[in-house]
Ligand binder design. Structure first.
Ligand SMILES: Nc1ncnc2c1ncn2[C@@H]1O[C@H](COP(=O)(O)OP(=O)(O)O)[C@@H](O)[C@H]1O
Ligand SMILES: [Mg+2]
Length: 412
């Protein structure tokens, strides 16, 4: 099937975050518009199974049911949507990012779900700092040099003739800490950090996208020096050649992004742009040219030492017996930070179950962790396969050298 790249990108995002109902409802709408009512109905009913009063999903389900000839269903979905659809709400207050940092995918998704579309980017410290991130010493060092030092001391940087602008792309397999690192930068910088997440991107897809993007950059310029962080950059900065046809509004967004980054009519001094992506090969290459996102940092899966730090981080404040986390770290080669977080969750749950069953308090033990580690499947295998192909066959400009070196080292 010749698949719409936007739909494909969103379906990809959904395999990583199956509970993101906002995204799923949007995909359902796109599928319906693309003349694929069967799949649209599937997606919409999946949303409704979790959120039975999701009005958007109900509307899509209704139209899709009609398209596949199920009029009875179409009517009942439609009726429910009409009953639920509230009068237009008054404008919500500007979103303020919660100061608690989410550390599970669910919490992040919850936070996204709670967020309103931005016209002004959300501002505010996140509470995590770089010290909370396990491993990734090299990445932290580069961020310290390219963002934090100049931002902490702009006068000094200027005196040394260092430009206070530029873009940097964090890329690598999912669940290895890109978003977390960006949030940690926010924690280090306080108010000078603006995050544009997947929901905000979706809003740009749905309409008034170029204006929104311009407003975001404008706010950043008024509040410089600052960092503007675009998460899920592959979704926002899709190759324009992928976007031909289908009436995609994303082409305009990419063009606007280029204009904003170049700052031909504006001055971007003091505005650092940070982006994160699991699929840099899907990003329009024009966005990666000099003066735009011209530096990139590969965020690789954690090594043993980093895995130990990540395990420790996710077990903090929980009742444990004496643990040999080094051993668990050794046994979890190839796991992402998110996989390790899941292991800790599962071990905790098992300990809780035992406590409930026996009525006696049982802390998290080495055995709980070992069992959890065995039951969690590493989530980045597929990413590595795709990435390997790009490193081997798509590495013309040497963009994937660092990845190629990593893959080679691992193969031994
Ligand atoms: N280096 C790390 N240190 C601590 N926790 C981590 C690390 N990397 C990943 N995690 C855990 O995995 C979760 C997902 O990481 P995230 O930053 O969202 O990954 P990405 O953005 O690269 O897909 C985090 O919320 C955190 O719980
Ligand atoms: Mg992320």
């Amino acid at each position: 099937m010749t698949d719409d790249p936007v739909i494909q990108a969103l379906l990809g995002a959904l395999t990583a975050e199956p509970d993101n109902h906002a995204v799923r409802a949007h995909v359902a709408r796109l599928l319906l518009d693309a003349g694929r009512p069967d799949e649209a109905l599937d997606q919409a009913t999946t949303v409704l199974a979790a959120v039975p009063d999701h009005v958007d999903a109900l509307r899509v389900a209704s139209a899709a049911a009609r398209a596949v000839g199920d009029d009875a269903k179409a009517v009942s979905y439609g009726r429910l949507a009409d009953a639920l659809s509230p009068p237009p709400a008054s404008a919500p207050p500007a979103p303020i990012r919660a100061s608690a940092v989410p550390d599970t995918a669910d919490e992040i998704l919850q936070q996204w779900a709670d967020e309103e579309a931005v016209t002004e980017p959300p501002v505010g410290p996140t509470g995590v700092t770089l010290a909370d991130i396990g491993g990734l010493a090299e990445v932290k060092k580069r961020l310290e040099l390219s963002f934090l030092a100049p931002l902490r001391n702009p006068e000094l940087s200027l005196r040394f003739g260092k430009s206070l602008r530029g873009g940097l792309l964090l890329w690598g397999p999912p669940g290895c800490g890109k978003t977390l690192i960006a949030r940690a930068l926010a924690g280090e910088l306080g108010a000078n950090f603006y995050e544009i997440g997947l929901n905000d991107v979706l809003d740009m897809w749905i309409g008034s996208s170029e204006r929104n993007l311009h407003a975001i950059f404008d706010t950043a310029r008024r509040n410089r020096p600052c960092v503007l962080f675009f998460d899920e950059m592959d979704a926002l900065g899709q190759k324009r050649s992928n976007l031909r046809g289908g009436g995609s509004s994303l082409r305009g967004v990419v063009n606007q992004m280029l204009a904003e980054l170049d700052g031909a009519s504006t001055n971007n001094e003091g505005v650092f742009v940070l982006a994160a992506s699991n699929h840099p090969w899907d990003i329009d290459t024009a966005l990666l040219r000099p003066g735009r996102f011209d530096r990139s940092v590969l965020v690789l899966p954690p090594d043993a030492e980093a895995r130990e730090a990540i395990l420790r981080f996710h077990l903090r404040g929980r009742p444990t017996e004496r643990l040999d986390l080094g051993k668990i770290a050794k046994a979890t080669d190839g796991m992402s930070g998110a996989d390790l977080a899941l292991i800790c969750e599962q071990a905790t749950e098992n300990a809780l179950d035992e406590t409930m069953a026996s009525g006696r308090h049982s802390p998290i033990t080495q055995r709980h962790l070992q069992e959890a580690a065995r039951s969690v499947r590493p989530s980045i295998g597929e990413w590595m396969e795709t990435a390997r192909n790009y490193a081997l066959y798509g590495n013309d400009a040497g963009a994937y050298d660092e990845l190629a070196a990593y893959l080679k080292k691992r193969r031994r």
